[in-house]
Design a protein around this ligand. Structure first.
Ligand SMILES: Nc1ncnc2c1ncn2[C@@H]1O[C@H](COP(=O)(O)OP(=O)(O)OP(=O)(O)O)[C@@H](O)[C@H]1O
Ligand SMILES: [Mg+2]
Length: 245
């Protein structure tokens, strides 16, 4: 684990518990006070701000634990399909439409479904944020195959675009252009790390005012040894609990 990762995990671990009790006491205080008491507002602010701090810690923990994932044979296409379904509802409320254009066959890679889902969520949430100022738009999620042996995912939005001087920094940890409380600047750096762990690449193309496309390329899993039935893991039903922000 990197020094930053260790520091992050250490701080997050130590600070989470006292923050959680501050939050609990603030909630208890609210329950004891009459509804219209002026102290209620202070108490709600304490609760809101501790929530925000806990969210940042959650991101730090995610950032520092990214290398512990177990890799198995997964169908990347199914992961994309599941995730798109998941975000579509949430984004609809922001007037954002998600348009999936998925490869018709399974895309078998050696990977971790939860982590790849996290990457896609990060990209889709960013895309949604980038379209908020425009009053909505479309995210087109495409999966296909490059050179017969590489799975490709593209997430294209019709949002604000990213200026060239900023695009160089977007994968840096803690780089954000979002207001305090909205972004921690970890989404893309976490995603970059996950894609690298999958022996893949992530890149971006963007035009200010028109939109942004993120492209991920991950090599297919090596052909399975004769002893292992290659198709079996792809048919497994995955049950996951996802914490959408
Ligand atoms: N689709 C996009 N369109 C425009 N800008 C983007 C897009 N995706 C990322 N960015 C820019 O890259 C920055 C870094 O993104 P990243 O996901 O790492 O952090 P964040 O979204 O700001 O915070 P977090 O993901 O931790 O909540 C964003 O603040 C934004 O400026
Ligand atoms: Mg983000």
């Amino acid at each position: 684990m990197s020094a930053l990762g260790q520091l992050g995990a250490g701080i997050a671990h130590e600070v989470k518990n006292p923050l959680t009790s501050i939050r609990g006491y603030a909630q208890m205080g609210q329950r004891k006070l009459p509804h219209d008491h002026p102290l209620n507002e202070y108490s709600r602010t304490i609760e809101k701000e501790t929530d925000r701090s806990l969210e940042i810690l959650k991101n730090l923990l995610r950032f520092s634990r990214q290398e512990t994932a177990e890799m198995t044979l997964i169908d990347l296409n199914a992961v994309v399909a599941d995730t798109v379904k998941l975000v579509s509802h949430q984004l609809m409320m922001k007037e954002v439409r998600v348009d999936p254009r998925l490869w018709t066959q399974a895309l078998h890679i050696n990977g971790n479904a939860n982590q790849m889902e996290q990457v896609l969520l990060n990209l889709c949430i960013n895309a949604g944020d980038a379209m908020e100022g425009k009053g909505g738009g479309t995210i087109t999620v495409t999966t296909d195959v490059v050179n017969g042996n590489v799975a490709r995912i593209r997430v294209a939005d019709t949002g604000s675009g990213i200026p060239p001087e900023i695009v160089k920094k977007i994968f840096d940890p803690f780089f954000t252009t979002k207001p305090v409380g909205k972004g921690t600047g970890l989404g893309l750096s976490v995603s970059y790390g996950i894609v690298k762990d999958h022996k893949g690449e992530i890149g971006v193309e963007s035009k200010v005012g028109e939109g942004t496309t993120f492209t991920i390329r991950i090599p297919f899993a090596a052909p399975a040894a004769e002893a292992a039935p290659a198709a079996a893991p792809a048919r497994e039903r995955r049950v996951r609990v996802i914490n959408l922000r």
